[in-house]
Design a protein around this ligand. Sequence first.
Ligand SMILES: [Cu+2]
Length: 177
Amino acid sequence: MIFIDPRYVFVLLLVMGGSYTLLWAWVMRSSREKVGYDDITEGLELLRRRLYSVIVLAAVVVFLGTQVALPYQPVRDITVGEPVLVINATTSQFAFTLSNTTIPANVPVEFAVTSIDVNHGFGIFDPDGRIIAQTQSMPGYTNRLIVNFTRPGPYRIHCLEYCGVDHWGMEAAFNVE
Ligand SMILES: [Cu+2]
């Protein structure tokens, strides 16, 4: 599992915000003199059309390139491994019902997640309170979430989709041993 330290995200956003501010400062400075519209658009028009082609091409390549990964579940089966244990997880307003609350470490396990009423979120949080996996819990459909817990300890599940007045308190716990 890869975690990105929130501090790096903060620095990244700061750099992006700073660059954007500098860009606008430059635009404001360079727009003091009045320039004819045609003088600006002449060269830019060609650049614009070329950039557009590059973006369209990139979008097509990304689209086609990611098609091989669909549907995503078999990809998870391959990368995480065939699950050795299936845990039935049923959600309802405002609780999670798990068939197992003790889960073995270092083997792929599958959460078969479904709902008996409305849509809920199913987010798994590690002993440090960081989210490590999540899926949607939907009525009439079972989502398969395969996870390999490499770290023993107490884990928590929180609902991640507003589902009613007691959504805030909708949680459950299990142990990885
Ligand atoms: Cu909820």
